[in-house]
Design a protein around this ligand. Structure first.
Ligand SMILES: CC(C)(COP(=O)(O)OP(=O)(O)OC[C@H]1O[C@@H](n2cnc3c(N)ncnc32)[C@H](O)[C@@H]1OP(=O)(O)O)[C@@H](O)C(=O)NCCC(=O)NCCS
Length: 231
């Protein structure tokens, strides 16, 4: 195959080493610039299930895979993770990672599994006060809802967005390890930096376990992640 060419729909590739064996790669994507041959030229296979998808979906998939391949190369692996039936990416042996995309930016974390056990990454736009209010009972547990008391409407909306994103990161980190779907009432933020499992997912991931998350402010939103080193 000829050298992969970066499609015009992708730009601003950025790479950051977060810790030993843990990288974050991001790029911008523009669905309106996606061409019929963008996948072929990039050397990335479009899954059959996405053949009829709208340009935005195909382009975000391409952007995520492009970033994933860049990150894997930095770990010495030349591969593009496939999409499993559950939609979780299938990371090549010796690696793990997570993908998120929103509003024209794709972000990927890849990790060397000699050091890292679980990785989940998610980005969300800050929810508006109205939307956060509508979604709060779905996303937050009763104890998390109580913790909103005393916050201004904007602070509440931002807290709800952050909990939402952290829980999605948790899901992306643990689903590949447990094969179990779990939902927003199955984990709880009990302090500013961690989530506690309210449900046992497997013998290794039990109710009561506390998992640290990190986050950064993003253009009009939040990027959160969970990266757990081996015990
Ligand atoms: C799967 C889910 C987390 C994706 O999040 P999203 O905000 O909709 O979309 P994002 O852009 O952030 O992430 C999409 C990427 O997640 C990854 N992903 C999808 N399903 C996944 C799974 N089961 N496990 C791990 N990663 C998964 C994929 O890489 C996908 O991108 P791709 O299809 O281009 O490869 C979300 O749709 C979902 O089902 N949430 C409900 C489960 C949940 O969050 N529970 C909370 C537990 S406390």
């Amino acid at each position: 195959m000829p050298d992969a060419q970066r499609p015009a729909s992708l730009s601003n590739l950025h790479r950051e080493e977060m810790a030993q064996g843990l990288l974050r790669i991001s790029c911008r994507y523009q669905p309106e610039r996606l061409l019929d041959d963008s996948f072929t030229r990039a050397g990335i296979t479009l899954p059959a299930s996405l053949a009829g998808a709208v340009a935005k979906r195909r382009c975000e998939y391409l952007a995520g895979r492009w970033c994933a391949r860049e990150g894997l190369r930095s770990l010495g692996v030349d591969a593009v993770p496939e999409m499993s039936r559950s939609r979780a990416p299938v990371w090549p042996e010796g690696t793990l990672g997570s993908i998120t995309h929103s509003h024209g930016i794709a972000e990927v974390m890849v990790a060397d599994n000699r050091y890292w056990h679980a990785v989940g990454l998610d980005t969300e736009q800050w929810l508006s006060v109205e939307r956060a209010n509508r979604l709060r009972r779905e996303l937050l547990t009763p104890a998390e809802l109580e913790q909103l008391a005393g916050l201004t409407p904007i602070q509440r909306a931002n807290r709800i967005t952050l909990i939402f994103s952290a829980k999605e990161s948790l899901f992306k980190a643990l689903y590949p390890l447990t094969g179990k779907r779990f939902y927003f009432q199955d984990a709880e933020r009990r302090d500013a930096r961690s989530l506690t499992l309210l449900k046992t997912l497997s013998a290794d991931w039990k109710k009561g376990m506390t998992l640290p998350f990190r986050w950064r402010e993003r253009q009009q939103g939040v990027l959160s992640w969970i990266a757990l080193p081996h015990p």
